[in-house]
Design a protein around this ligand. Structure first.
Ligand code: GDP
Length: 446
């Protein structure tokens, strides 16, 4: 059994809670793309953990976690996160944390290049996390990247650093920064790689064997569908493929081994950083954005930057559902909308006076579209912690059904609060099938 969990919008859909809930019932949790730019906050047993690089399953000591070949790994951030978790009482050994020998490394010059590349874009900057993730993926595609397996050979690591730095320094100097020294980089990175050696694994082989043994594997997407480098709002995207196809490539798992894909959808939309956001609440709707931000704690989990808030966009989310082939969705943060009189859903766009129903590829078009809204009545009563669908107010049930119909996927799970038990399992066939696989899952939810 292999399930992929993917954010359907621009991220921060509340994936942390759902993945944590699920990962409890899986044997292995895999990340397949991105780097230490994820930002899950997971609350377990009265403790809060912030995970950037490692899969959320790491908190449960009986789980094995895998960093797949599709990731870019900063060795310094890797050990910082391990040390942080160990200080919080989590034991992390090479028995339960595996790093792909084919994953790429983020080097100190990637961080410097991330800064220069954003400076170069000026007003059109992407709003990256400046952690070197984009430049590491550029090197991967440019066939200059340094993979974990290469770095295990000190002479190869030294040679590749020297060669790459020559080029990187030209750009770094051009932007008025101090050039970096290859021997300093080697001296910084080399001991970390040595420390990483026991964790390194042929992860695709490991997962193939685990699958044969009947182990349950959860593939955890970071970022989200509309930030996918191919399918998202390019160029305001991440540098990898969070979508379901990316899960196969980035973990080394054949597509037909995937049992199902669960989409995480929030009852409204948010976006951090730059980039088009058709349903953003601006002007007269600013106060609604403010209310949602307060109720939903919509501030960056690391930076505390306020997130841009907007109405649910059915066009964008239907696009995400089709791209990923969602079998079911987990709808999060229903309770955040409890105080609204009216809730709008974007059901189409108007572009140059004509209605369109697809999600445009061009950022220029996405910036020009006018959302076409349908208005639904708010429920104006608390749904916090409700555990049964039938106990929800009628307007909330109508809203959920409207979302489900407009994106063409059944809602299997509804989240009515940040806590694990504040969850509704909707009786739909897909989730039931998974529940049969994962016999104890239902009791964990209810
Ligand atoms: P993620 O990266 O997708 O997990 O998103 P974040 O960690 O940035 O945001 C999720 C935040 O929302 C966390 O603080 C969660 O505890 C909280 N959260 C998750 N689901 C719900 C929900 O249904 N209702 C409320 N009020 N908060 C939720």
């Amino acid at each position: 059994m292999i399930v992929v969990v993917i954010g359907a919008q621009w991220g921060d859909e509340g994936k942390g809670k759902v993945v944590d809930l699920l990962s409890d019932r899986f044997d292995i949790v895999v990340r397949y793309q991105g780097g230490h730019n994820a930002g899950h906050s997971v609350h377990v047993g009265g403790k809060s953990f912030v995970l950037r690089l490692l899969p959320s399953g790491i908190i449960h000591e009986d789980k094995i976690c895998v960093l797949g070949n599709g990731m870019v790994i900063d060795p310094k951030a890797f050990f910082e996160e391990i040390e942080q978790l160990e200080q919080q009482g989590i034991s992390i050994t090479s028995e339960r944390l595996k790093v792909s020998s084919r994953a790429h490394l983020i080097m100190p010059y990637h961080r410097a290049l991330d800064h220069t590349s954003e400076e170069r874009l000026g007003n059109e900057k992407i709003g990256t996390t400046l952690r070197g993730i984009g430049p590491a993926y550029e090197d991967k595609a440019g066939r200059r990247g340094i993979r974990v397996a290469d770095a295990l050979w000190p002479e190869v690591l030294r040679r590749k650093i020297e060669r790459n730095l020559e080029e990187a320094n030209r750009i770094i100097v051009l932007f008025g920064r101090e050039p970096l020294r290859s021997n300093e980089i080697f001296d910084e990175v080399s001991p970390l790689i040595e420390r990483m050696r026991p964790f390194v694994c042929e992860t695709a082989d490991f997962l193939a064997k685990a699958k044969k043994e009947g182990k349950r594997i959860l593939l955890e997407g970071a970022q989200a569908t509309l930030l996918d480098v191919d399918h998202g709002t390019y160029p305001y995207v991440t540098s990898s493929n969070p979508t379901a196809g990316g899960a196969c490539v980035g973990a080394g798992i054949p597509p037909h081994y995937i049992t199902g894909v669960l989409g995480i959808v929030r009852t409204y939309a948010t976006r951090v950083g730059e980039g088009p956001f058709p349903t953003e609440m601006l002007g007269e709707e600013e106060h609604i954005a403010h209310l949602i931000r307060q109720r939903g704690n919509e501030y960056g989990s690391v930076t505390r930057r306020p997130r841009r808030c907007g109405w649910f966009d059915a066009v964008a989310t239907r696009y995400a559902a089709n791209l990923n082939g969602f079998d079911s969705i987990a709808l999060t943060k229903l309770d955040v909308l409890d105080e609204l009189d009216e809730i709008k859903v974007c059901v189409g766009y108007e572009l140059n006076g004509k209605r369109i129903d697809h999600f445009p590829a061009s950022v220029h078009e996405l910036r020009s579209v006018k959302p076409i809204y349908e208005s639904l009545r708010g429920w104006r009563t608390s749904t916090l912690g409700i555990k049964r669908f039938e106990d929800l107010p009628k307007e909330a049930r109508d809203y959920i059904e409207f979302i489900s119909t407009s994106i063409g996927v059944n809602v299997g799970v509804i989240s009515t609060g940040p806590e694990r038990e504040q969850t509704i399992i909707v009786k739909d066939s897909v989730v039931e099938e998974w529940l049969n696989h994962l016999k104890t899952l239902e009791t964990a939810f209810l």
